[in-house]
Design a protein around this ligand. Structure first.
Ligand code: APR
Ligand code: ZN
Length: 257
Protein backbone atom coordinates (compact mmCIF):
# COMPACT_ATOMS: atom_id res chain seq x y z
CA UNK A 1 0.00 0.00 0.00
CA UNK A 2 1.68 3.26 -1.15
CA UNK A 3 2.38 5.67 1.68
CA UNK A 4 0.51 8.96 2.04
CA UNK A 5 -3.21 8.65 1.83
CA UNK A 6 -5.60 11.00 0.13
CA UNK A 7 -8.22 12.40 2.38
CA UNK A 8 -11.48 12.65 0.60
CA UNK A 9 -14.33 10.52 -0.50
CA UNK A 10 -14.77 6.80 -0.70
CA UNK A 11 -11.28 5.97 -1.97
CA UNK A 12 -9.74 6.71 1.42
CA UNK A 13 -12.55 4.79 3.16
CA UNK A 14 -12.08 1.83 0.79
CA UNK A 15 -8.34 1.74 1.45
CA UNK A 16 -8.93 1.94 5.19
CA UNK A 17 -11.52 -0.86 5.02
CA UNK A 18 -9.08 -3.04 3.06
CA UNK A 19 -6.39 -2.54 5.69
CA UNK A 20 -8.81 -3.21 8.54
CA UNK A 21 -10.09 -6.45 7.04
CA UNK A 22 -6.56 -7.74 6.58
CA UNK A 23 -4.83 -6.98 9.85
CA UNK A 24 -5.16 -6.59 13.60
CA UNK A 25 -6.01 -2.99 14.51
CA UNK A 26 -5.97 -0.86 17.63
CA UNK A 27 -7.64 2.56 17.92
CA UNK A 28 -6.31 5.72 19.57
CA UNK A 29 -9.04 8.28 20.21
CA UNK A 30 -8.96 11.91 21.30
CA UNK A 31 -11.46 14.62 22.11
CA UNK A 32 -12.60 14.82 18.49
CA UNK A 33 -14.61 11.59 18.71
CA UNK A 34 -16.70 13.16 21.48
CA UNK A 35 -17.12 16.50 19.68
CA UNK A 36 -20.32 15.34 17.97
CA UNK A 37 -21.73 14.44 21.38
CA UNK A 38 -21.43 18.11 22.30
CA UNK A 39 -18.27 17.70 24.43
CA UNK A 40 -15.81 20.48 23.46
CA UNK A 41 -12.30 19.60 22.30
CA UNK A 42 -9.25 21.26 23.82
CA UNK A 43 -7.44 22.89 20.87
CA UNK A 44 -9.99 23.20 18.09
CA UNK A 45 -11.71 26.43 16.96
CA UNK A 46 -14.16 26.36 19.86
CA UNK A 47 -11.77 24.35 22.03
CA UNK A 48 -11.54 24.65 25.81
CA UNK A 49 -7.99 26.00 25.70
CA UNK A 50 -9.25 28.93 23.62
CA UNK A 51 -11.26 30.05 26.65
CA UNK A 52 -9.32 28.64 29.59
CA UNK A 53 -5.60 28.32 30.33
CA UNK A 54 -4.58 24.70 31.06
CA UNK A 55 -1.93 25.95 33.50
CA UNK A 56 -4.69 27.51 35.59
CA UNK A 57 -6.99 24.48 35.64
CA UNK A 58 -5.33 21.20 34.73
CA UNK A 59 -2.14 21.05 36.83
CA UNK A 60 -1.34 19.94 40.42
CA UNK A 61 -0.08 23.51 41.11
CA UNK A 62 -3.41 25.01 39.98
CA UNK A 63 -5.27 22.61 42.30
CA UNK A 64 -2.93 23.46 45.19
CA UNK A 65 -3.46 27.17 44.61
CA UNK A 66 -7.22 27.22 44.09
CA UNK A 67 -9.01 23.85 44.38
CA UNK A 68 -12.38 25.64 44.29
CA UNK A 69 -11.68 27.15 40.84
CA UNK A 70 -10.42 23.81 39.49
CA UNK A 71 -13.51 22.03 40.81
CA UNK A 72 -15.78 24.71 39.34
CA UNK A 73 -14.33 23.86 35.90
CA UNK A 74 -14.44 20.07 36.38
CA UNK A 75 -17.97 20.12 37.78
CA UNK A 76 -19.08 22.08 34.69
CA UNK A 77 -17.41 19.43 32.46
CA UNK A 78 -18.87 16.51 34.47
CA UNK A 79 -22.35 18.01 34.17
CA UNK A 80 -21.89 18.42 30.39
CA UNK A 81 -20.62 14.84 29.97
CA UNK A 82 -23.50 13.42 32.06
CA UNK A 83 -25.92 15.12 29.62
CA UNK A 84 -23.97 13.92 26.56
CA UNK A 85 -24.74 10.68 24.72
CA UNK A 86 -22.36 8.41 22.78
CA UNK A 87 -22.56 9.38 19.09
CA UNK A 88 -22.58 7.21 15.94
CA UNK A 89 -18.78 7.26 15.93
CA UNK A 90 -18.54 5.75 19.44
CA UNK A 91 -21.18 3.15 18.51
CA UNK A 92 -19.54 2.11 15.21
CA UNK A 93 -16.12 1.84 16.90
CA UNK A 94 -17.62 -0.29 19.69
CA UNK A 95 -19.07 -2.57 16.99
CA UNK A 96 -15.61 -2.91 15.38
CA UNK A 97 -14.25 -4.07 18.75
CA UNK A 98 -17.16 -6.49 19.24
CA UNK A 99 -16.47 -7.93 15.76
CA UNK A 100 -12.78 -8.34 16.59
CA UNK A 101 -11.75 -5.90 13.83
CA UNK A 102 -10.26 -3.56 16.43
CA UNK A 103 -8.67 -5.21 19.43
CA UNK A 104 -9.10 -2.31 21.85
CA UNK A 105 -9.79 1.43 22.07
CA UNK A 106 -6.95 3.32 23.74
CA UNK A 107 -8.36 6.73 24.62
CA UNK A 108 -6.98 10.04 25.83
CA UNK A 109 -10.53 11.06 26.69
CA UNK A 110 -11.58 11.32 30.32
CA UNK A 111 -15.28 11.18 29.43
CA UNK A 112 -17.10 7.83 29.71
CA UNK A 113 -18.69 7.82 26.23
CA UNK A 114 -16.73 4.79 24.95
CA UNK A 115 -17.84 2.87 28.05
CA UNK A 116 -21.44 4.03 27.64
CA UNK A 117 -21.30 2.85 24.00
CA UNK A 118 -20.55 -0.62 25.48
CA UNK A 119 -17.06 -0.81 23.96
CA UNK A 120 -15.70 -4.18 25.15
CA UNK A 121 -12.10 -2.98 25.60
CA UNK A 122 -11.17 0.58 26.64
CA UNK A 123 -7.77 1.67 27.96
CA UNK A 124 -7.93 5.13 29.59
CA UNK A 125 -4.56 6.86 29.35
CA UNK A 126 -5.58 10.12 31.03
CA UNK A 127 -7.97 8.86 33.72
CA UNK A 128 -11.69 9.28 34.21
CA UNK A 129 -13.42 12.58 34.97
CA UNK A 130 -16.46 10.70 36.33
CA UNK A 131 -14.32 9.39 39.23
CA UNK A 132 -12.98 11.34 42.23
CA UNK A 133 -9.80 10.39 44.11
CA UNK A 134 -8.80 11.38 47.63
CA UNK A 135 -5.63 13.49 47.72
CA UNK A 136 -4.56 11.73 50.93
CA UNK A 137 -5.75 8.14 51.16
CA UNK A 138 -6.39 7.46 47.47
CA UNK A 139 -10.01 6.46 48.08
CA UNK A 140 -11.95 6.59 44.78
CA UNK A 141 -15.62 7.23 44.17
CA UNK A 142 -17.68 7.37 40.96
CA UNK A 143 -19.68 10.61 40.95
CA UNK A 144 -23.43 9.91 41.04
CA UNK A 145 -24.28 13.62 41.25
CA UNK A 146 -22.19 16.50 39.98
CA UNK A 147 -19.78 17.43 42.81
CA UNK A 148 -20.41 20.88 44.30
CA UNK A 149 -17.48 22.89 45.74
CA UNK A 150 -14.39 20.89 46.79
CA UNK A 151 -15.68 17.37 47.61
CA UNK A 152 -14.37 15.76 50.81
CA UNK A 153 -13.20 12.16 51.16
CA UNK A 154 -15.84 10.06 52.98
CA UNK A 155 -13.01 7.97 54.47
CA UNK A 156 -10.61 10.58 55.81
CA UNK A 157 -12.14 14.01 55.13
CA UNK A 158 -9.34 15.26 52.87
CA UNK A 159 -10.00 17.10 49.60
CA UNK A 160 -10.95 14.91 46.63
CA UNK A 161 -9.54 15.60 43.13
CA UNK A 162 -10.69 14.49 39.68
CA UNK A 163 -9.13 11.07 38.90
CA UNK A 164 -7.50 12.43 35.74
CA UNK A 165 -3.88 12.96 34.62
CA UNK A 166 -2.88 16.63 34.83
CA UNK A 167 -0.09 18.27 32.86
CA UNK A 168 3.23 17.27 34.40
CA UNK A 169 1.83 14.07 35.94
CA UNK A 170 2.68 10.50 34.95
CA UNK A 171 0.13 8.38 33.11
CA UNK A 172 -1.30 5.35 34.96
CA UNK A 173 1.44 2.72 34.64
CA UNK A 174 -0.85 -0.21 33.87
CA UNK A 175 -2.79 1.65 31.16
CA UNK A 176 0.36 2.88 29.43
CA UNK A 177 2.00 -0.56 29.54
CA UNK A 178 -1.11 -2.16 28.04
CA UNK A 179 -1.33 0.56 25.36
CA UNK A 180 2.31 0.08 24.32
CA UNK A 181 1.77 -3.67 24.10
CA UNK A 182 -1.36 -3.22 21.95
CA UNK A 183 0.29 -0.83 19.47
CA UNK A 184 3.42 -2.99 19.35
CA UNK A 185 1.48 -5.98 18.07
CA UNK A 186 -1.02 -4.14 15.87
CA UNK A 187 -0.87 -4.18 12.06
CA UNK A 188 -2.98 -1.02 11.89
CA UNK A 189 -3.26 2.05 14.17
CA UNK A 190 -6.66 3.71 13.69
CA UNK A 191 -6.18 7.29 14.97
CA UNK A 192 -9.43 9.17 15.53
CA UNK A 193 -10.05 12.75 16.63
CA UNK A 194 -6.73 13.70 18.16
CA UNK A 195 -4.40 16.59 17.34
CA UNK A 196 -1.50 14.24 18.12
CA UNK A 197 0.42 16.82 20.16
CA UNK A 198 0.33 15.31 23.67
CA UNK A 199 2.92 12.64 24.48
CA UNK A 200 3.27 9.79 25.21
CA UNK A 201 -0.20 9.10 23.70
CA UNK A 202 0.73 10.63 20.35
CA UNK A 203 3.78 8.35 20.10
CA UNK A 204 1.76 5.14 20.35
CA UNK A 205 0.66 4.91 16.68
CA UNK A 206 4.30 5.47 15.67
CA UNK A 207 5.20 2.21 17.43
CA UNK A 208 2.88 0.40 14.99
CA UNK A 209 4.49 2.25 12.07
CA UNK A 210 8.01 1.41 13.23
CA UNK A 211 7.03 -2.27 13.20
CA UNK A 212 5.95 -1.97 9.56
CA UNK A 213 2.27 -1.40 10.32
CA UNK A 214 -0.11 1.19 8.90
CA UNK A 215 -1.63 4.38 10.30
CA UNK A 216 -5.16 5.47 9.36
CA UNK A 217 -6.24 8.95 10.47
CA UNK A 218 -9.86 10.10 10.83
CA UNK A 219 -9.99 13.84 11.46
CA UNK A 220 -11.57 16.80 9.62
CA UNK A 221 -8.26 18.69 10.07
CA UNK A 222 -4.58 17.88 9.49
CA UNK A 223 -2.70 16.91 12.68
CA UNK A 224 0.84 16.25 13.91
CA UNK A 225 0.30 12.61 12.93
CA UNK A 226 -0.91 13.29 9.36
CA UNK A 227 2.64 13.07 7.90
CA UNK A 228 2.83 9.45 9.16
CA UNK A 229 -0.60 8.45 7.86
CA UNK A 230 -0.99 5.85 5.13
CA UNK A 231 -4.67 6.72 4.76
CA UNK A 232 -6.26 10.04 5.74
CA UNK A 233 -10.02 10.33 6.06
CA UNK A 234 -10.82 14.04 6.30
CA UNK A 235 -14.22 13.59 7.87
CA UNK A 236 -15.96 13.81 11.26
CA UNK A 237 -15.70 10.59 13.24
CA UNK A 238 -19.47 10.32 13.69
CA UNK A 239 -19.83 10.26 9.87
CA UNK A 240 -16.69 8.34 8.83
CA UNK A 241 -16.79 5.46 11.36
CA UNK A 242 -20.29 4.18 10.47
CA UNK A 243 -19.39 4.37 6.75
CA UNK A 244 -16.11 2.54 7.44
CA UNK A 245 -17.92 -0.19 9.40
CA UNK A 246 -20.40 -0.67 6.53
CA UNK A 247 -17.54 -0.97 4.02
CA UNK A 248 -15.74 -3.52 6.17
CA UNK A 249 -18.90 -5.62 6.62
CA UNK A 250 -19.53 -5.45 2.86
CA UNK A 251 -15.94 -6.54 2.11
CA UNK A 252 -16.23 -9.44 4.57
CA UNK A 253 -19.62 -10.45 3.10
CA UNK A 254 -18.21 -10.45 -0.43
CA UNK A 255 -15.35 -12.63 0.81
CA UNK A 256 -17.91 -14.88 2.47
CA UNK A 257 -16.43 -14.37 5.91
N1 APR B 1 -14.42 14.08 14.40
C1 APR B 1 -13.08 13.78 14.43
N2 APR B 1 -12.14 14.66 14.85
C2 APR B 1 -12.56 15.87 15.25
C3 APR B 1 -13.92 16.26 15.25
C4 APR B 1 -14.87 15.30 14.80
N3 APR B 1 -16.18 15.58 14.77
N4 APR B 1 -14.01 17.55 15.70
C5 APR B 1 -12.74 17.95 15.99
N5 APR B 1 -11.88 16.95 15.71
C6 APR B 1 -10.42 16.93 15.87
C7 APR B 1 -9.73 18.26 15.77
O1 APR B 1 -9.44 18.55 14.41
C8 APR B 1 -8.44 17.98 16.58
O2 APR B 1 -7.45 17.44 15.74
O3 APR B 1 -10.16 16.47 17.19
C9 APR B 1 -8.88 16.91 17.58
C10 APR B 1 -8.96 17.42 19.00
O4 APR B 1 -7.66 17.77 19.39
P1 APR B 1 -7.42 18.25 20.90
O5 APR B 1 -8.46 19.25 21.27
O6 APR B 1 -5.96 18.59 21.02
O7 APR B 1 -7.75 16.96 21.78
P2 APR B 1 -6.79 15.72 22.05
O8 APR B 1 -5.90 15.46 20.88
O9 APR B 1 -7.65 14.62 22.53
O10 APR B 1 -5.90 16.26 23.29
C11 APR B 1 -5.02 15.33 23.89
O11 APR B 1 -4.52 16.99 25.58
O12 APR B 1 -5.41 18.64 26.92
C12 APR B 1 -4.92 17.34 26.92
O13 APR B 1 -5.44 15.59 28.36
C13 APR B 1 -5.98 16.37 27.35
O14 APR B 1 -6.49 14.17 26.49
C14 APR B 1 -6.23 15.52 26.11
C15 APR B 1 -4.93 15.65 25.36
ZN1 ZN C 1 -9.23 9.98 51.99
Amino acid sequence: MPRGGEGYGNRALERAAALLTRGKAVALTGAGISADSGVPTFRGEDGLWRRYRPEELATPEAFQKDPGLVWEWYSWRIEMIKKARPNAGHVALAEMVKLGLVECVVTQNVDDLHERACTPCVVKLHGNIMVGRCTSCGFRVRWEDVPKGVPRCPQCGSAMRPDVVWFGEALPEEALTKAIELFSRADVALVIGTSGVVRPAADLPLITKEKGGYLIEINPEPTALTPYADVVIRERASVALPKLLDMILEALRVRGE
